[in-house]
Design a protein. Sequence first.
Length: 253
Amino acid sequence: MTQRVLVTAGAGGIGLAIARVFAADGAAVHVADVDAKAVDELVRADPRISGSVLDIADAAAVARLAEDVRQKLGGLDVLVNNAGVAGPTAAVADYPEEAWASVIGVNLNGTFNVTKAFIPMLKASKQASIVIMSSVAGRFGYPNRCAYATSKWGLVGFAKTLSMELGPLGITCNTVHPGAVEGPRIQRVLEGRAEASGRSVDEEVELALANQSIKAFVDPRDIAELVRFLAGPHARSISGQSFPIDGDSKSTQ
Ligand SMILES: NC(=O)c1ccc[n+]([C@@H]2O[C@H](COP(=O)([O-])OP(=O)(O)OC[C@H]3O[C@@H](n4cnc5c(N)ncnc54)[C@H](O)[C@@H]3O)[C@@H](O)[C@H]2O)c1
């Protein structure tokens, strides 16, 4: 069976690693991403991947996405709700209302929009799975990132509810909780911290990993392999669960 897979925010970062792992496995993959240039480059480079350009917070655009996926893939077996934004860094007392609305709008409302739109296709599949990208911030509090932490915990409740509603139909739903992920983004964050603190980048790396048992950032390909397993034939009895992949983090900081 060729798996038909939708990855939101699949044209960059962790989502791109997920799209590539499924495509390498022979799946038909569609990505939904707000970055038109990245989508265009990806679908040109890889004939196994198609794409739509949209913001998942836009419900009307998500309805069009469902049409695109029906046209390109003819249905859906695996929904990877990966899109999520971090929002600004500020204490709750100072957190801007519009930033709260925008983080919740993408991370919670967007994930709801996409999931609701694709449930009919997943019900028609012989082996369907939903995987939702939460975070280490969906396991611990996260000072100065209230909207992000709230949304990532909210997704756990959403996934647990979906697993109960859809489990009787054989559809699984789980959350994945990455810690700090390797790549240019964390590199920029660490360089910024080093500049502000006067410490070296290596010292900032050590500090960033101080709350983890395993002293390394997470490889996005490892997250992709975990998602592929959760959507695969050997995970049919795994649902309503949360999977940290974070070097055994003890906190967000
Ligand atoms: N990077 C990390 O360290 C980390 C850690 C834990 C959890 N996560 C979670 O993993 C997921 C992916 O994170 P990432 O770091 O790969 O993201 P990223 O910031 O690298 O962005 C990946 C892609 O998301 C797209 N995107 C952003 N907003 C979108 C929207 N509203 N609609 C559609 N596409 C959108 C971007 O265009 C980009 O191509 C997010 O849910 C994030 O919260 C990331």
